[in-house]
Design a protein around this ligand. Structure first.
Ligand code: LLP
Length: 446
């Protein structure tokens, strides 16, 4: 069994997080429940800040990729630890602003930002807009000109590096919906166009090669491609890149099969490689930016479910159904993602029975955890904890089957605080409207 952060087993054989018994959390807040270990969130933020301070030394920024888990409390926490925020929608911008994060600390990403979102970003004075295509450059320049603003922009480039990761979440290769390719010459053409566009101020270049990455060679390869490009741009266009954003993507531990490395190791490898290459190419040091998401929040999140129906098909398998599923964690269905689990109220009992944990939505594909071991006495009402559910779980949650979204709590030093309240059935129908003609139909049917 692998425990994360402040997780422990108490004398009752219960899983505790942040000094709080998860059995108490379940009875107070209900299940499914997302529980975040605040001390681990902070430790992960600090690990990145310290690592880049140590290994880069010069100017740097760590931008939390908020798509991994974005709620107002998380934006506030990341900001309080000195991180910038990477945002990808008007909703994420609004969340950050609600948390009191200054707009200047936000970097705006996305392959198809809407005119409304770009206008919002311009009006509030977002720190950097990461321009994803020439099409977007033209749209942004037009809006900026009309509003009398001059945004600071990055160009997002695809360095032609394919990270060793699931293909849905790999982004740095040529055939990607994101970014402008270096190898086809498109990036150089976009550079010329951006520099000839007075409505924007080009300040830097960005790349991101993928997510859940363990092999740091991909980062080094991408950084080298970016630096070669920076040198070429300097030679041919006389423009010096002042800020270099190398994206996020560091992997985390889901199961024994994952062997993640640390932010410190990433920083060491990346900064050493970048410094050597800068020296080779005789380029000045840019401000270095990284954008971790999963590695800040992934291992800090645990989902607590309640066990319901248990169905044994002799000789085939035992299905243990829980009161959540693809609604709160789409990753097993979407990426065949695997997780470690534990019965939170029977954590001391030997896990000897192999079962498959099913979600409760009306879809056979809603299986959460295949062939996981649980105590022989597993029964209705037990609490099942799934580890490493902090990243891309809450943020990808859906209302399929009209299940209300779960609550989120932060725990720390024996205290639990609700940061997102549980939705109710009233919340689920709150946005529905019924046209008059249908109201009449409802009336006549009664
Ligand atoms: N920067 C950019 C431009 C990104 O697109 C992403 C993630 C990140 C940073 C943060 O990457 P991270 O450090 O979290 O790996 N839903 C998928 C992951 C999608 C990643 C999207 N972009 C999953 O559940 O695995």
């Amino acid at each position: 069994m692998h425990l994360y952060g402040t997780q422990e087993l108490n004398a009752l054989g219960h899983l505790t997080i942040g000094g709080v018994d998860t059995v108490d959390l379940a009875s107070e807040y209900g299940t499914p429940l997302y529980v975040f270990d605040e001390a681990l969130l902070r430790r992960n933020c600090r690990a990145y800040m310290d690592a880049f301070a140590r290994h880069w030394g010069g100017e740097y920024a760590v931008a939390y990729a908020s798509k991994a888990f974005m709620v107002t409390a998380m934006a506030a926490l990341a900001h309080s630890e000195g991180l910038h925020l990477d945002v990808v929608s008007g909703g994420e911008i609004a969340t950050a602003l609600k948390a009191g994060v200054p707009a200047e600390r936000l970097f705006f990403h996305g392959n198809n930002k809407s005119p409304d979102e770009l206008e919002f970003a311009l009006q509030v004075g977002l720190g950097r807009i990461m321009v994803d295509s020439v099409d977007e450059l033209e749209l942004l320049a037009d809006l900026a000109g009309r509003l009398g603003k001059r945004p600071r922009i990055f160009l997002r480039l695809t360095p032609g590096v394919s990270a060793h990761t699931h293909h849905y979440i790999a982004t740095g290769q040529l055939d990607s919906k994101f970014g402008i390719a270096i190898e086809t010459g498109a990036a150089m053409a976009a550079m010329r166009q951006a520099l000839a566009t007075p409505a924007v101020e080009l300040v830097g270049l960005h790349c991101h090669i993928g997510s859940q990455i363990f092999d740091l060679e991909g980062y080094v390869a991408a950084a080298n491609r970016m630096l070669d490009f920076m040198a070429q741009v300097r030679r041919e266009l006389g423009w010096t890149c002042g800020e270099l954003n190398l994206g996020g993507g560091l992997g985390v531990r889901y199961t024994d099969e994952d062997a993640p490395t640390t932010p410190d190791h990433l920083a060491q490898v990346l900064c050493t490689a970048v410094k050597a290459k800068l020296a080779d190419l005789d380029l000045p040091e840019p401000r270095l930016v990284v954008e971790p998401g999963r590695s800040i929040v992934g291992e800090a999140g645990t989902t607590i479910y309640t066990v319901g129906t248990i169905k044994d098909i002799p000789g085939i398998r035992t299905y243990v159904s829980v009161n959540g599923g693809m609604n709160d964690n789409i990753r097993p269905a979407l990426y065949q993602a695997q997780y470690d689990i534990l019965l939170a109220n029977k954590a001391n009992e030997p896990a000897v029975k192999v079962v498959s944990v099913a979600g409760r939505s009306c879809e056979s594909g809603d299986m959460l955890f295949h062939d996981v071991a649980v105590p022989a006495g597993i029964e209705r009402g037990d609490l099942l904890a799934a580890f490493t559910t902090g990243a891309y779980n809450y943020s990808m949650a859906s209302h399929y089957n009209r299940f209300p979204k779960p609550a989120v709590v932060f725990v720390k030093d024996g205290q639990a605080d609700l940061v997102v309240r549980r939705e109710t059935w009233d919340d689920v129908v709150a946005y529905d409207l019924v046209p008059d003609r249908l109201k009449a139909a409802v009336g006549s049917a009664q």
